[in-house]
Design a protein around this ligand. Sequence first.
Ligand code: SF4
Ligand code: SF4
Length: 368
Amino acid sequence: MEKSHLNLFELVNVCVRCGNCLTSCPVYEIQRDEAVSPRGKIYLIKYGLEGKIKEKGILDVLPYCSLCGGCEFVCPSGIRTIDIIIEARKKWGKNRLKKIAIDGLTKEIFPAHLFTTILSIISPEKFPFSPSPRPFLSTVNEFIKGKGKGKVLFFVGCLTNKFFPNIARAISEIVVKAGYDLYIPKGQVCCGFPYLSIGEEREFQKMKTHNLKMIKKIEPDLIISPCPTGLNTFRRYYRLDNVIDVSNFVLKNLEHLKLKNLNWNMTWHDPCHLKKELGIRKEPRKVLSIVGNFVEMERPDLCCGFGGSFSLSHPEISFKIRNKKKEFVLESGADYLVTECPGCIMFLGSYSPVKTLHLGEIVNRAIR
Ligand code: SF4
Ligand code: SF4
């Protein structure tokens, strides 16, 4: 048996069946089926490894996970469900169609709009986003001199680069205004997580090797990104500890940024990988309380429903989760929905009556 499958055996055997994870799983909340709950999937994988059920039994449930990390956050046994699902997908559940869509988003093999075109075709609603004609990385210099306070590497991320250059510009300006020298390597590639999430380990490793080489050349003090999935991938799978999100960067540099209060009524959505994986919860709320009137919505950490390629394979579930979330946003009475993830912005921002912005955009407006 391959080593990775031995690890998988060890991982699944730690579950004590307490069921805590069921209430934090957005997919289970919609489907109400134990088989697709975190616990259910773990046990089916276990039985598959022990040869007690056929491969089809596992293949049927493996796609029912957006890798949001909600179950890991509450598991008393410290089970890393995301790793279990990824290992199982490597062994049983590779998905060629998803790989083509991810290639479209992350590489130049297919046009970037393939991702949203597919989403528009298979979704229950029209999907209003399309890529910018000028991706951020094609428009900027690779180095912007600040005041020499330190070196910050900007990892832009695929979605921000292609769909939200405005978010990337805002964050670049914040970093330079805080006094840092900013490095924006044009050769950066996807963090690789979209490939890992569908079990494509080889593609992931290629991207990891490429990005690590680029990071080593610059030797930054900090790596900032608008994308919590990218930051989490750098920390969890690249083993880098100098990653920083926008909220922590802003709080670290409050003195230099001199923020004013915009007096906007804003609520906050916790992106799954920001809160449940990176443990960042208080910091963005603190920033929002400085730059505006912060109002907490009900269940701010309910997943937006996107889950990357999960929204391609299970659009009905994705949109049902998103609609629940939108109700909470509306009930909050806020005029702005703020978050720190381009995927959440894309998904929650579609047809939202409340303007959805990245924290970086808000902070950049609030700089005096
Ligand atoms: S990672 Fe999220 S979607 Fe997947 S099983 Fe855990 S809670 Fe459910
Ligand atoms: S919370 Fe953890 S230990 Fe409890 S059922 Fe879920 S995976 Fe198993």
